[in-house]
Design a protein around this ligand. Structure first.
Ligand code: NAD
Ligand code: UGA
Length: 451
C-alpha cells in the first residue's frame, strides 16, 4: 500500500524531529503529529522557530520547510488517527514507579492508551508502527488490544525503533547508519520501507522479525552505555596510577575491532534512555529467570551511579573536606551538548550531592531554562541559583564544575574567570573539555576525569 497519510502520536524529542524529517523528505505524504500536551503542540506551531519545544541543531530549518505544507502539529488525536493509513506510536515509556517492577520495568500505560484509542477510532485498516522503545514482545500486547477492542478492521504491527541521538538528531535522521523495520507482514514492511527509501539507501534499511527489532533497540542502547561505563571504570583506575584515560581511549580505539567512538570518559552518562532501557533489559532477563544476564547488564548502571557520586565526592574532598557555604559554579546542566534536554543529567545528581553538603550552587547552561533547572531539583529548588551569564556564575566561586561539554565553554576568557574567583581556584572538568596545560598555567587547580 502506498502511504499518503501518516499520524504520529507523541510530539516529543523523537516524534517531533523524526516526523519533521519524514515530512521534509516525503512531500507527497501528509504527516500529522499529535499530542495531548497542548503547550507542546502550541510550541511546535509557534511562529518563532526559536521557540520549538525541542532544541536540535538544524531542526528549525526542517520544520520551516515542511510545516503547513505537509507537516502538521495538532491535539486532535482522533482525527489524525482516522485519516491516516500508518500510525506511529512515539509516546514516552518511562521506568515504572509503582507496583511490580517498580524502578526497573518499562511503564507501558501510555502505549496501551494509544492502542485502545487507535482501536476505538479506526474505521479502516491501519499499519501501527512502534517507534517508542519497548520491551521485547510488546507487539503481541498491542495486537491483542487492537484485535479485541477494534471495529473489525485489520491491523498490522511493525517495530521501527529510533536510533537518533539528541544533539545530532537531524543529521542522524538524514543519514542513519541503518533503519530497522521488524514485522511479520511483507506488505506492511514494504509500505514503511518505501517511506524511508525516499532518502535512505535501500542497503541501509534492514528488515527482521518483530521480536528481533524490539530487542535490538534495547541491546543497542545497552552496548552503547556499556562502553561509557567501561571507559569510566578505567578512568578511576587511571586516577590512581597516573595513566591518562584519554591516552588509553585513543590507544584502544585504534584497534578496529574496538573502534574509537563512544569512549569519552565523563561524569557519567545521562539522558532519558540509557538507564531506563538497561533497567528494562535487566527486568526482562529476570522475568525469564536469567539472573546472570540481568546482573551483567545491571552493573553498567551501578558503575554509572558510582561515577556521578565519585565526581561530587572528589569536589568535597579536594576543597579541604567541606563545601559548606562555598560557592560552586556548575557550567552545563543538559545531559550532553547541543540539547536542552536534562533528563537523568549527571548535573542533577552532582547538584543534589553538593547541596546536601550545604554548598551554594550556581548554575549556567546556554540552552536550559531557569524553570527547567528548578523543576529538576524539585523540593530543594530554592537552594540553587541560576545565572544567565557564565562570568557572573563563576564570580567569587571557590570552584567550577564542568558538567556538559558545550563548545562555548572552551572559548571563555579563563584568565578573567580566574581573576574573579576565590583562591585557590579549582576546576573540576567532568568532560575533559579544557586544555589542561593552559588552565594550569593560568593558576587553576585543575582536576579532570581519568587523569
Ligand atoms: P517525550 O516525553 O519527549 O515525548 C513523548 C510525548 O508523548 C509527550 O509529549 C507526551 O505528552 C505524549 N503522549 C503520551 N501519551 C500520549 C497519548 N496517549 N496521546 C498523545 N500523546 C501522548 O519522549 P521521547 O524522548 O520523544 O521518547 C519517546 C520514545 O522514544 C520513548 O520510548 C523513548 O525511549 C524512545 N526514544 C527516545 C530517544 C531520545 O533521544 N529521546 C531516542 C530513541 C528512542
Ligand atoms: C542514545 C543513543 O546514542 C541513541 O542511539 C539512542 O537512540 C538514544 O540514546 C535513545 O534511545 O534515547 P542520547 O542519549 O541522545 O542517544 O545521546 P548519546 O550521545 O548516546 O549520549 C548519552 C550520554 O552518554 C550523554 O550523557 C553523553 O554525554 C554520555 N557519553 C556518550 C559519554 O559520557 N561518553 C561517550 O563517549 C559518549
Amino acid at each position: 500500500m502506498k502511504i499518503k497519510n501518516i499520524c504520529c502520536i507523541g510530539a516529543g524529542y523523537v516524534g517531533g524531529p523524526t516526523m519533521a524529517v519524514i515530512a521534509q523528505k516525503c512531500p507527497d505524504i501528509k504527516v500529522t503529529v499529535v499530542d495531548l500536551n497542548e503547550a507542546r503542540i502550541a510550541a511546535w506551531n509557534d511562529v518563532d522557530f526559536g521557540k520549538l519545544p525541542v532544541y536540535e541543531p538544524g531542526l528549525d530549518e526542517v520544520v520551516k520547510e515542511a510545516r503547513g505544507r505537509n507537516l502538521f502539529f495538532s491535539t486532535d488525536v482522533d482525527k489524525a488517527i482516522e485519516e491516516s493509513e500508518m500510525i506511529f506510536i512515539s509516546v514516552n515509556t518511562p521506568t515504572k514507579m509503582y507496583g511490580a517492577g517498580k524502578g526497573m520495568a518499562a511503564d507501558l500505560k501510555y502505549i496501551e492508551l494509544c492502542a485502545r484509542q487507535i482501536a476505538r477510532v479506526a474505521k479502516s485498516d491501519k499499519i501501527v508502527v512502534e517507534k517508542s522503545t519497548l520491551p521485547v514482545r510488546t507487539a503481541e500486547a498491542i495486537k491483542s488490544i487492537l484485535d479485541n477492542t477494534g471495529n473489525g478492521v485489520n491491523f498490522q504491527i511493525l517495530s521501527n525503533p529510533e536510533f537518533l541521538a539528541e544533539g545530532t538528531a537531524v543529521t542522524d535522521l538524514h543519514n542513519p547508519d541503518r533503519v530497522l523495520i521488524g514485522g511479520n507482514d511483507a506488505e506492511a514492511i514494504q509500505s514503511l520501507l518505501e517511506v524511508y527509501a525516499n532518502w535512505v539507501p535501500k542497503d541501509r534499511i534492514l528488515t527482521t522479525n518483530v521480536w528481533s527489532s524490539e530487542l535490538s533497540k534495547l541491546t543497542a542502547n545497552a552496548f552503547l552505555a556499556q562502553r561509557v561505563s567501561s571507559i569510566n571504570a578505567i578512568s578511576e583506575l587511571c586516577e590512581k596510577t597516573e595513566a591518562d584515560v584519554n591516552e588509553v581511549a585513543r590507544a584502544i580505539g585504534m584497534d578496529s575491532r574496538i573502534g574509537s567512538k563512544f569512549l569519552k570518559a565523563s561524569v557519567g552518562f545521562g539522558g532519558s534512555c540509557f538507564q531506563k532501557d538497561i533497567l528494562n533489559l535487566v527486568y526482562i532477563a529476570k522475568s525469564y529467570g536469567l539472573n546472570e544476564v540481568a546482573d551483567y547488564w545491571e552493573q553498567v548502571v551501578i558503575m554509572n551511579d558510582h561515577q556521578k557520586h565519585r565526581f561530587s565526592k572528589n569536589i568535597v574532598q579536594t576543597l579541604y573536606n567541606t563545601v559548606s557555604g562555598k560557592r560552586i559554579a556548575m557550567l552545563g546542566w543538559a545531559f550532553k551538548k547541543d540539547t536542552n534536554d536534562t533528563r537523568e543529567s549527571a548535573a542533577i545528581t552532582v547538584a543534589q550531592d553538593l547541596i546536601a553538603e550545604q554548598a551554594n550552587v550556581v548554575v549556567y547552561d546556554p540552552k536550559v531554562s531557569h524553570d527547567q533547572i528548578k523543576f529538576d531539583l524539585e523540593g530543594i529548588e530554592d537552594k540553587i541559583k541560576v545565572e544567565t551569564n557564565p562570568y557572573e556564575a563563576c564570580n567569587n566561586a571557590h570552584a567550577i564544575a564542568i558538567l556538559t561539554e558545550w563548545d562555548e565553554f572552551k572559548t571563555y576568557d579563563w584568565q578573567k574567570i580566574y581573576d574573579s574567583m576565590s583562591k585557590p581556584a579549582f576546576v573540576f572538568d567532568g568532560r575533559n573539555l579544557l586544555d589542561k596545560q593552559k588552565v594550569k598555567e593560568i593558576g587553576f587547580v585543575y582536576s579532570a576525569v581519568g587523569s
